[in-house]
Ligand binder design. Structure first.
Ligand SMILES: [Fe+2]
Length: 306
């Protein structure tokens, strides 16, 4: 990647509604974690869902701030949109979610997949925090596979999309699908499947299910870390493009071939530097544990456990 790449800038791009039932989508790229946050808006009623919004967390200073979220909410206001839903695709390991804060700020319902309950069970053990995490309290909606709901006149549908985590979901809205950590851009392949509770085989099944969506479906991914051939982040490609160009899937890739390629790649990846802090917040919808008697919040870090 060139020195003056766009990967250190916050970038916003608009993907236009293609007609009735199709959302206007804005992606806002957050450079600290290479995450893309989405605004999925109904052009008719101006109601919008916010998807996978980031809360800034500096892993060196352990400081949390709301710069990314504030910027996104200003943008929503500027476009004359009303926030109707706050959605996350999964409890992220690489960044802290803004779900609970957004709910306080906008009054909208927040939601995530129902299998977040199983993910909370897993991490309660890993952190040895037997009483931590009450996902039914911290999220208004725990979506099951095939659940549907409306944002203005738009219809949204939930697709269980496990593999990267044991509870990831995709939100399908007309000709758009928010697939988060399943696909990467076609030149980067697919997301990792080696976090606790992850499964390469399940990720393969999920990828195939997403590829069964109509060919023109716009897939919006969760992260872009670039490739050898481009210096600007990208996050949108159609199902048809992924079928022919995705480097992990094209040319008649088989399930066995994919699993060995993915597993080999995952062996070379470090765990995200924010992971052990982020999950402790994200299983509380992005909130810190209660303050202790000195008024400060503390996190617990397992040693030699990973
Ligand atoms: Fe993730």
């Amino acid at each position: 990647m060139a020195e003056n790449s766009d990967f250190d800038k916050r970038i916003t791009r608009h993907s236009k509604s293609t007609g009735s039932g199709s959302p206007d989508v804005w992606g806002i790229y957050e450079p600290d974690t290479g995450s893309i946050q989405y605004i999925c808006a109904d052009p008719e009623t101006k109601k919008a869902a916010l998807i996978d919004v980031v809360q800034d967390f500096d892993p060196k200073s352990f400081e949390l701030s709301t710069d990314a979220m504030d910027h996104l909410l200003d943008f929503v206001k500027e476009k004359g949109l009303t926030v109707d839903r706050i959605l996350d695709t999964h409890p992220h390991a690489d960044h802290v979610m803004a779900s609970a804060l957004l709910k306080k700020r906008t009054g909208a319902r927040n939601g995530i997949g129902e299998k977040v309950k199983d993910i909370a069970d897993l991490w309660r053990d890993l952190y040895h925090l037997p009483d931590a995490f009450d996902v039914e309290r911290d999220f208004d909606d725990l979506f099951a596979d095939k659940d549907t709901f409306k944002v203005g006149n738009l219809d949204l549908r939930v697709m269980l999309s496990t593999g990267h985590t044991m509870g990831s979901i995709t939100y399908v809205c007309g000709d758009a699908a928010f697939v988060h950590d399943t696909f990467m851009q076609p030149d980067s392949g697919t997301a990792r499947a080696d976090f606790p509770g992850g499964s390469t085989e399940e990720l393969w099944n999920t990828l195939q299910a997403i590829l069964d969506l109509p060919e023109e479906t716009r897939l919006f991914i969760g992260h872009d870390y670039g490739s050898d051939t481009r210096d600007t982040p990208e996050w949108e490609a159609t199902v048809a493009t992924h079928k022919t160009e995705n480097i992990h899937l094209k040319d008649g890739q088989t399930k066995e071939g994919y699993i060995s390629l993915r597993d080999e790649k995952d062996k070379t990846l470090d765990l995200p530097d924010r992971m052990l802090a982020a999950l402790q917040l994200n299983l509380r919808a992005g909130q810190l544990p209660q303050a202790e008697s000195d008024g400060h919040h503390y996190l617990k870090l397992p040693v030699n456990k990973f």
